[in-house]
Design a protein around this ligand. Structure first.
Ligand SMILES: O=C(O)CCC(=O)C(=O)O
Ligand SMILES: [Fe+2]
Length: 326
């Protein structure tokens, strides 16, 4: 069980705050500008009216439930995670623990198809549901990145082309948080909440998350508060990742987030698409057209170089500071 140390920051929650929400059906320029504003202020926003068919989401969710309801020994056939496959409690390679089980997959059709053999008694059905979901969310990620490029006055498609590369390193994760049995737990207190998934920033460019209607996700605000994100099965959450923080020279800030242990009566299922470029892609700052160049804040680095640092550390480590120029 992971408990959050109350010493680093206030764990007091700001209940009155509502998270930034972007209606994708509004005027294109308005949407782009609102997305940029949300990324500057929170590194996070919710997407509504996104046009993703419910069928694609519910097929993926159904396959996830089917997988997680199998007996433990059957699920273990898809593990241990290396880092891909089925994992239980051990979140990272360096001993990070959480109150959840998960599957982590490479987000390309041939790898999904190979992995499906250990995931389902009907591998084609599983593979089709995952592939359709992942491709749909990849397209949504590109649309979001195109809005960001437009709002930042960057060349058209200069961000989305990074994740469209054939060698892109994007991945897909499904987390399952069992209802947590409170009876034996003496650690639980208001100042030290129990954690399902420990605090961290996602290292990739952006993450697109969809969960069922069980809460637990929190984001950390600039004024040092944890903010609970209300769950909504028809909405998507978008997180700025650390690679995008570098690409925008810190204009967008990657958002710290965590998930509390699940004290509801129902399981929580969340599905994350982590949009990443190829390992060889440079994360150098893309300065906006017609704007005075400010000082560059990070040294040249590739996604592969950064990923190596991420994988060699722990979930909550501050990693970007090693690449800051003084
Ligand atoms: O399960 C969730 O809601 C979030 C998990 C998460 O932050 C992650 O997998 O990176
Ligand atoms: Fe995350």
């Amino acid at each position: 069980m992971v408990a959050v140390s109350p010493t680093h920051h206030s764990s007091e929650e700001n209940q009155s705050f509502s998270v930034p929400t972007i209606d994708m059906s509004l005027d294109r320029i308005l949407v782009s500008n609102k997305i940029v504003q949300a990324c500057e202020e929170y590194g996070f926003f919710k997407l509504v009216s996104h046009g993703i068919p419910n069928r694609i989401i519910s097929n993926m969710e159904e396959e996830s439930y089917d997988f997680f309801s199998k007996p433990a020994c059957k699920k273990q056939e898809a593990g241990p995670p290396s880092p891909f496959g089925y994992g239980c409690k051990s979140i990272g390679l360096k001993g990070d623990m959480g109150e959840l089980e998960y599957i982590l997959l490479e987000a390309n059709p041939s790898s999904i198809s190979r992995r499906s053999i250990t995931m389902s008694a009907d591998p084609n059905k599983f593979s089709d549901a995952v592939t359709e979901y992942v491709q749909t969310i990849r397209d949504l990620s590109c649309e979001v990145l195109d809005h960001m490029a437009q709002g930042l006055r960057l060349p058209d498609k200069s961000l989305s082309c990074l994740i469209k590369d054939d060698d892109n390193d994007s991945c897909f994760r499904v987390n399952h948080y069992h209802p947590f049995d409170d009876n034996n737990n003496i650690e639980n207190s208001i100042n030290c909440p129990l954690i399902g998934f420990g605090e961290h920033c996602d290292p990739q460019i952006i993450t697109i998350l969809r969960s069922n209607d069980v809460g637990g996700l929190q984001i950390y605000s600039k004024d040092n508060h944890w903010i609970s994100v209300p769950p909504h099965p028809a909405e998507f959450c978008v997180f700025v990742g650390e690679a995008l923080q570098v690409l925008t020279n810190k204009r967008f800030l990657s958002v710290k987030h965590r998930v509390l242990a699940n004290f509801s009566k129902q399981s929580r299922i969340s599905m994350m698409y982590f949009a990443a470029p190829s390992l060889a892609a440079s994360l150098s700052w893309l300065p906006p057209a017609n704007s005075p160049f400010g000082p560059r804040l990070y040294r040249n680095l590739t996604w592969g170089e950064y990923k190596k640092v991420v994988y060699s550390g722990r979930l909550g480590d501050q990693r970007l500071e090693f690449f800051e120029l003084s």
